[in-house]
Each structure stands twice: as C-alpha cells, then as structure tokens.
Write a protein that binds this ligand. Sequence first.
Ligand SMILES: NC(=O)C1=CN([C@@H]2O[C@H](COP(=O)(O)OP(=O)(O)OC[C@H]3O[C@@H](n4cnc5c(N)ncnc54)[C@H](OP(=O)(O)O)[C@@H]3O)[C@@H](O)[C@H]2O)C=CC1
Ligand SMILES: O=C1O[C@H](COP(=O)(O)O)[C@@H](O)[C@H](O)[C@H]1O
Length: 498
Amino acid sequence: MTTGSTRDDSSVQSPVAAFDFVIVGATGDLTMRKLLPAFFEQFCRGRIAVGTKIIGAARSDLTDEAYRQRAKEGLQQFAASAKSAPDKIEAFLPFLHYVSLDMSDRHADWTRLTSLLDQDEGRSRVFYVATAPRLYVPTAEAIAHNGLITDTTRLVLEKPIGTDLTSADAINDGVGKHFREEQVFRIDHYLGKQTVQNILALRFANPVLERIWDADSIACVQITAAETVGVGKRGPYYDTAGALRDMVQNHLLQVLCLVAMEPPTALSATDLRDEKLKILRALKPMTSEGVARDTIRGQYVAAAANGEQIPGYLEDLGTPASHTETWLALRTEIRTPRWAGVPFYIRTGKRMARKETEIVIQFRPQPWPVFQDTPEPGFLILRIQPDEGVSLSLSSKDPTAPGFRLRETQLDVSYPQAFGVRYPDSYEDLLMAAVAGDQVLFIRRDEVTAAWQWVEPILKGWAEDVRPMETYAAGTQGPASSDALLARDGFAWKESAV
Ligand SMILES: NC(=O)C1=CN([C@@H]2O[C@H](COP(=O)(O)OP(=O)(O)OC[C@H]3O[C@@H](n4cnc5c(N)ncnc54)[C@H](OP(=O)(O)O)[C@@H]3O)[C@@H](O)[C@H]2O)C=CC1
Ligand SMILES: O=C1O[C@H](COP(=O)(O)O)[C@@H](O)[C@H](O)[C@H]1O
C-alpha cells in the first residue's frame, strides 16, 4: 500500500511529480469542504510540486481570480491548517485555475481546458467528477470526445455509483466505453480514513489478534456509524437514497470486508480487492423473510435532547411525507469457514445520540467457571472516529474488594496520543493515490456489483413493506426494536460510556 502512513505533522515530504487535476463540480459543496482543503494540506506538507495545476470546472461564469477568492474563503472555513498557516493559503492559490464549462456537453467550447492541460503524455492527469451521478457518463464521453484521455489519465467517480444494480451497471458500462478499468477510481472516503486502513494493520501485523480472529473466538461483530447531524443541505439527494444506499452499500460493507477478509497475498490493488470481493459474495443473501426478521428501518422525529429542540426529518426536509429511512440496523452472516455462525450487525443513522463510528468485536465467554463473578464478555473496540483508537476490555481482579471480585478494565490506545499528530482527512490520501494511479484504496467494478446484489433484496423487501418503517426520537440510538435484533441472539449493542 503506498498510502496510509501516519505523518509527523511538522514534517515536510518530498513533492510528487507535477500533475494536472481537473475537478468537475469545482464550486460545489464537496469541493469546498473536502477536495480543496485536502490539496491545501498536501501543499502544506510539501507534496505539491511547482507546475501542478488544479483546474476547477463548473458552469458558473467565474474568472481565475474570482474562483481563487471563493477557494480562499472555503479554505479559511474548512482547512485544518488554515489558521496556523494563513500565509500558505496565498502561496497555494496560484496552483488553482478555473474553466467555465458544461463538462457533460461534448460540443461546448473545450479549448480553454484543453490549452491548460499539459501535453506531456507521461504526466498524471486526473478528472474528478464531483457532480450529480447522472452526469458521470456524459462527462466521460465528453472528455473522450475532446481527445483528453492519455494513458496516464484517470477518472475519479464520487459515490453514489447508481441507486441500484441496473443504474450502477449503466454508469460502469458508460464510463467503461472510454476508460479502462485501471483508469477508473471509484471513491469511498471511508477507505481513506487512517483508522479504517488500520484495520488491516491490526489484523495482519499482530499475530496475537489474527490467531483469534474467527468463529472459534469471536461471538459477534457490531459495526456502528452514528451521526448526530441531520441531512443538512443534502436533503434532496438523501431523500432519494436513504441510509442503506448512502452508508451501507458502500462505506459499511467496505468496513465489514476489511474486518472479515482473508489475508491478501500482498497489499496490491488486485489482491486486496479480490479478498474483499470474496466477502461481499459470501454475505448471506437476504430473502423476503430475512428482510422482515433481520432488518429494521427508522426515520427520526422531532424531540428534545440536551435542552435543545431537534427537528424531525420531515421538518429538516420541508416535506409533509417521506418513505426514506434515516436509520437502519441489520443482521447478516458470512458464509465462510472462518465466520460460520457469527452474526455481523450493522447500524447507522442520522440524528443519533452521539457521533461515533466503531467496530465492536465481542469475544466468546470463558468456557468454564473459575470465579463466582461471571466475567464480562471481552470486547475489542476499533474506534474509527471521532476518538480514534482501539481498546481491549479485560476482566481484572478488583483490588478494593475482598476475594476475587472481577471488574471490566480497559487496555486503551488513543491514536492521536500515540502518534502525536493531526489525523489527515480521508480525502488527502485518496486524491494523492489517484494522482499516483494507485487503486488500492478505490473500489473495483465487481465490488460495486456484488454490493448492490446483496443490498437489492433489502430495497425490494422494504418497497414491499415486509418490514415497516419505524420512527425514533432525534437524539437517541434509534428505534427500541434494534435491541431485540441482538437480544434474540443473546447479545446487546455495546454502547460507549458517555
Ligand atoms: N457534499 C458531500 O458531502 C458529498 C458529496 N458526494 C457526491 O459528490 C457529488 C457532488 O456533490 P456536492 O458537491 O454536494 O454537489 P453540489 O450540488 O454542491 O455541487 C455540484 C457541482 O457541480 C457543478 N456542475 C453541475 N453540472 C455541471 C456540469 N454540467 N458541468 C460542470 N459542472 C457542473 C456545479 O456548479 P455549476 O452549477 O456552476 O455548474 C457545482 O459546482 C455528488 O455526486 C454527491 O453525491 C459524495 C459524498 C459526500
Ligand atoms: O458518504 C457519506 O458519508 C457521510 C459520513 O461520513 P463521515 O466521514 O463523517 O463518517 C454521511 O454524513 C453522508 O450522508 C454520506 O453521504
């Protein structure tokens, strides 16, 4: 893996060879909040060579100067290093250029964009499509039509890749007419998170863990991605997606794959993605009965929490009715020898009680009684965000009590403390990996297909209402029925202490 090292915040690294990076959708939310700040952080670390061009493209009529001014305001608001290094912003802005262009229109005037692009065939050229997904194929076609695809040209596609298997196939087929699979970089920003990449390090660099990483030792796995925010400005998109398409089909299935996969032969894009694909294909298919039994969906309603009145989803959206789930929980299994019979639970939602993304590995209990107290089940918790780290709970002898009384204690590693650095945003690694042509952190077409194949029966079951929508009060962990999903198997959600 060429990416993923944790960096000393003060260290300056050597620049990568100058490249051309076209952001299609350059005035949008994603560009301002994530993409430009990511490049800026890389610039602060010395990674952006003189001669690099970051070319914003959108239909709005802007000059380079006006775009740089917008970018500056965006960086001041969203870039982590903007406050400590304000002078760097001025030094970074000249790398930015702007082209006013409808990138989905092959017959528009592409001369300015063409003239900005370097003609050196060996130079890395990236088109990052940060527009609505319906523009992905027309944009790829227009780029091809205007003769801008070299051997070292890459196309980065934002999620979502489709809303179901058919639409995903249409996007993949459409861009595949012009770009080879090795040139297509389907982004999943969870793979850019250091803590997600660290799942591989924990598992495959620590034999003590890998040896107990199976159904003999592990009783269940819980993956939670809880957000406190609502749908914000992205309501119109979200209402057509819902939590299953927005979080599970991509991010959380990818996380599950990293937790469950067999060791790859090497950390190459092919080996890693082959192993993830095997897990996606081994997920127990959801039947209609399975959807009714093993899934729960919910929508948040207005509630008071922490002295604050939180609006419901319909108020957030400004609509009288919606059938979109803002929360879900599900149970699945992986049909491999390693995982036979181990339930994997996934839970995600908006407007939950706390922001936390974590993976809980619950170990099997002690098979014979030694102590009068029943030891707590052992847990290994991988904290993806925001309190990045890992903890292992151990039953320990309570020194304040007579005899052998047991208490749960923690071995805890906080990554920011251990490494003493700012944690880079996930887009930093991903953008630079796309420039380098390294696909290890990107999703291959067959993974997208397999993920949709598994998700589709759930969408169908929900469309047929085999599992009716529930509501949950904003600011809570979701509908009460989610406890029953685990209780049935003798488990409970492991909630972090607050
Ligand atoms: N925002 C986020 O947090 C996330 C977004 N995404 C995905 O990223 C993509 C972009 O999202 P977001 O930034 O929120 O969207 P926005 O609506 O904020 O921005 C869309 C951008 O596309 C430009 N645009 C629209 N049509 C064209 C066109 N024909 N040619 C060139 N530019 C065009 C718009 O500018 P103009 O109107 O001037 O052309 C604008 O810059 C979507 O696919 C979204 O699902 C994924 C994960 C998170
Ligand atoms: O892709 C998305 O992810 C975010 C959550 O990302 P995180 O890095 O903050 O965990 C989610 O809010 C958004 O709805 C979804 O589209």
